[in-house]
Design a protein around this ligand. Structure first.
Ligand SMILES: Nc1ncnc2c1ncn2[C@@H]1O[C@H](COP(=O)(O)O)[C@@H](OP(=O)(O)O)[C@H]1O
Ligand SMILES: [Mg+2]
Ligand SMILES: [Mg+2]
Ligand SMILES: [Mg+2]
Length: 357
């Protein structure tokens, strides 16, 4: 029987919930100069930095020896020009960390309000995410805001945290503050532990909810070509959407794709809102990051699906901060997955012919 990782699950869910509350409140108050452009030209906001400080601080209280592979680092905040940003990040992180005990939190796991932290404490907490990753041992991987561009547009984004042990993702938590539910509300949290299923929980649990709440179990349903559709990125620079069109046609898909930012795509797939997540490289040599796929992959696998690269090879989380040699990502239910891998091969042949003409 696989381990249940119940302490890790409790702590990770609590940390992601606190970070989601933080990012939601930041969005409503965000001003233009609270966003920086990183060296790779991608945006990062005070919300990304503060959420990483909060999650890493909470993780480090209960698991002080676990290394963390986090997306952000404090270099830009430490630079002189970042003074006001730095102060905002510190205030936001402290507000979140010192907030009273939340429903669903269990102090016996070391989860709950903490003392105010100094600026240096919080910058150091962000930099706890500097671990290089690797094949052996325990490590966490954190994307404090996945889909920063979606976050800035007021659309989908996710706070994503996973525990990886010996290169295998054992636990994944994805908080989606803006994800709509059929009942008209917004926000949900998705949790999966390897061997123990995938679940959806309320983002903000009711006061009465027991701390060991399991939530609603998720299973990917069966699809026909008529009910199938693709889940894909909003950002054209992140995935080759023209290739997705070819694959959809070869699969006989008639419904238009659902475009959404972040690992909310994996969450949507796990609960049956869309049948395939397809992400093909745009051809710039970009290597996918482990924090963009670790929690989503265990969630979909525990919902009965398969996650691989576009050639059908397993994603390798043991190569460091990136997925290294993997080429693209395909996530889907078992039957659909096999058909997609086949369709990708045919789409590649078509493409080669077109290019040869
Ligand atoms: N050229 C590129 N190709 C593929 N993914 C990219 C990319 N540039 C950035 N990304 C990643 O795409 C993620 C968002 O995924 P999606 O397109 O599914 O919304 C970003 O996460 P962040 O927003 O956390 O930086 C970033 O890591
Ligand atoms: Mg980013
Ligand atoms: Mg990301
Ligand atoms: Mg991010």
């Amino acid at each position: 029987m696989s381990l249940t990782y119940s302490a890790e699950r409790q702590v990770a869910v609590a940390a992601v919930r606190r970070a989601c509350a933080l990012t939601s409140s930041v969005f409503n108050k965000l001003v233009r100069n609270e966003t920086l452009t990183k060296d790779d030209k991608s945006p990062v906001t005070v919300g990304d930095f503060a959420a990483q400080a909060v999650v890493n601080t909470i993780l480090s209280r209960t698991f002080p020896h676990d290394p963390i592979v986090g997306e952000e680092d404090s270099n830009d905040l430490r630079a002189d020009t970042g003074v006001s940003l730095r102060e905002r990040v510190v205030a936001l992180a402290n507000e979140s960390l010192t907030a009273p005990l939340q429903p669903g939190e269990d102090e016996s796991w070391g989860v709950g309000p903490t003392q105010q932290r100094t600026t240096e404490d919080l910058l150091a907490a962000i930099d706890r995410g500097n671990y290089e990753g690797g094949r052996s041992g325990r490590m966490w991987t954190l994307d404090p805001i996945d889909g920063t561009k979606g976050f800035l547009r007021g659309e989908q984004y996710a706070v994503c945290l996973a525990l990886i042990v010996d290169a295998r993702v054992e636990l994944g938590v994805i908080g989606c503050p803006n994800l709509p539910s059929p009942d008209g509300t917004r926000g949900a949290i998705f949790v999966a532990t390897r061997g123990h299923g995938a679940f959806q929980l309320p983002l903000a649990p009711a006061e009465s909810l027991a701390t060991d709440e399991r939530g609603e179990r998720l299973r990917i349903p069966a699809f026909t070509p008529e009910t199938l559709n693709l889940l894909e990125s909003v950002e054209k620079a992140h995935a080759k959407l023209s290739f997705n069109e070819k694959v959809a046609r070869l699969l006989g898909v008639t419904r238009p794709p659902t475009r959404m930012d972040s690992q909310a795509k994996y969450a949507a797939l796990a609960r049956g809102d869309g049948g395939v997540y397809l992400r093909m490289p745009v051809g710039t040599g970009y290597k996918e990051k482990i924090w963009d796929h670790a929690p989503g992959s265990v969630l979909v696998e525990e919902a009965g699906g398969i996650v691989s690269d576009s050639r059908g090879r397993p994603l390798d989380f043991g190569l460091g901060r990136t997925l290294g040699e993997n080429f693209g990502v395909v996530a889907a239910g078992k039957e659909v997955h096999a058909k997609v891998i086949e369709a990708i091969q045919r789409a590649k042949e078509e493409e080669a012919k077109e290019e040869g003409q």
